[in-house]
Design a protein around this ligand. Structure first.
Ligand SMILES: [Zn+2]
Length: 387
């Protein structure tokens, strides 16, 4: 059976409503590491801890109120109450070390967590967090100032950060974060204008299929492998874990061993993210429109286990979207109902295909092609039609 137009990729037309100069507003994050300075760092760490205390306090209030009256405290009431505690009581006077906007931000996050739970977007309501596990606090417009070079002033103190690249756009918020290895980072959330190109030729449109054997396969059959960094670090992680298990609870040696483990995890994550960024840029070098399948990660994890997490498809898609937006490229994600694996890319014939079959063999036209390659071509065609 031949489907008209299926054999050659369709010509591309600008989408409806697309004007010639097409600029969009995007939200981007710039991340910088703070130089270590134990004395001054202490103040930032202290502020992160206070954010944690405020979170737990407000959460306890919500829980108690619900237990006693069955009601939820509205965000505005909660803000007013916490502000009152912060300004008038001696017991909570230390909250003043954290700016009022940051306190409000903590309460807003807590409220968002509850709203997601009420709307059934989250399975559980927000939880108590150990204060030393609290990761960050956020400043809006006030309380910080960028100085010359690589310096920044945060609540009256000057810090230096590793300015490895220039920042653009209008800064909306600044978040100070600490990671599991105890390093401090600055996250600037900015709004930037990006210009999207209109003219796209068919050779600039590509389809990609994710796989377990090969990380990515594109429509021309080119494969991209994954580093599987976690799998490589697994042996070392096991050794470190058993070393930690031998140390008695509550000792400094145990804490040190735990830190080594989290460092290893962080290095794995760093390497993976770096590889993902490099691949994303490589793909964006070659193509204007990149088509992917919408992934069912939870389902894949149930089927294949840890390896899916190590491949981190969804993290890659997030990074790719980020890079694509920055460079004015388009990412298309097809719906899950789009048939891509069991369909012949030559004639459009559909047939059942088992998971372990690595080669697609068309019953109708006899075409033989790698499973992922065939799917990638289908995704490319479907994406071209979608546009
Ligand atoms: Zn066929």
């Amino acid at each position: 059976m031949l489907v008209a137009g299926w054999l050659s990729p369709p010509t591309l037309q600008p989408r409806k409503g697309q004007s010639m100069s097409n600029s969009i507003e995007v939200r981007k994050t710039y991340q910088y590491r703070l130089y270590r300075c134990d004395k001054r760092d202490q103040h930032l760490r202290q502020q992160i801890n206070i954010a944690g205390t405020v979170w737990n306090h407000a959460l306890a209030l919500q829980k108690r109120c619900y237990r006693l009256t069955g009601k939820y405290i509205a965000l505005s009431e909660l803000k007013a109450h916490i502000a009152h505690l912060r300004m008038t009581t001696i017991r909570y006077a230390f909250w003043k070390q954290l700016g009022s906007q940051s306190v409000q931000d903590v309460l807003e996050r807590l409220d968002t967590g509850y709203q997601r739970f009420f709307k059934k977007l989250a399975k559980r309501p927000p939880k108590y967090k150990k204060v030393h596990q609290r990761k960050s606090f956020t400043l809006k417009q006030a309380g910080w100032k960028l100085l010359d070079g690589n310096q920044i002033q945060i609540s009256g103190r000057t810090y230096k950060f590793v300015k490895h690249r220039p920042m653009g756009g209008a800064i909306k918020t600044l978040t100070v974060k600490r990671d599991a290895a105890g390093r401090l980072w600055l996250f600037f959330s900015v709004v930037e204008q990006v210009i999207m190109p209109n003219e796209v030729t068919p050779d600039k449109i590509a389809g990609f299929d994710f796989g377990l054997k090969t990380f990515l396969t594109d429509h021309s059959g080119k494969t991209y492998l994954s580093g599987l960094h976690h799998a490589r670090a697994l042996r070392r992680l096991r050794v470190l874990q058993s070393r930690k298990d031998k140390k008695p609870h509550g000792t400094n040696n145990r804490k040190k061993a735990a830190k080594l483990i989290s460092r290893t995890h962080i290095r794995v994550a760093d390497k993976r993210r770096d590889a993902h960024f490099k691949l994303a840029h490589e793909l964006c070098d070659h193509y204007e429109v990149l088509c992917f399948e919408d992934l069912n990660i939870a389902g894949m994890k149930a089927l294949w286990g840890r390896k899916v997490s190590d491949l981190a498809f969804s993290q890659f898609v997030t990074i790719l979207k980020h890079v694509a937006v920055k460079r004015g490229k388009t990412i298309l994600q097809l719906g899950r109902w789009e048939r891509t694996t069991g369909k012949c890319s030559g004639c459009g014939h559909c047939q059942d295909m088992e998971l372990r079959e690595r080669i697609f063999h068309c019953d109708s036209c006899g075409m033989v092609l790698g499973r992922d390659h065939n799917a990638a071509i289908n995704i490319c065609y479907a994406g071209a039609y979608l546009r």
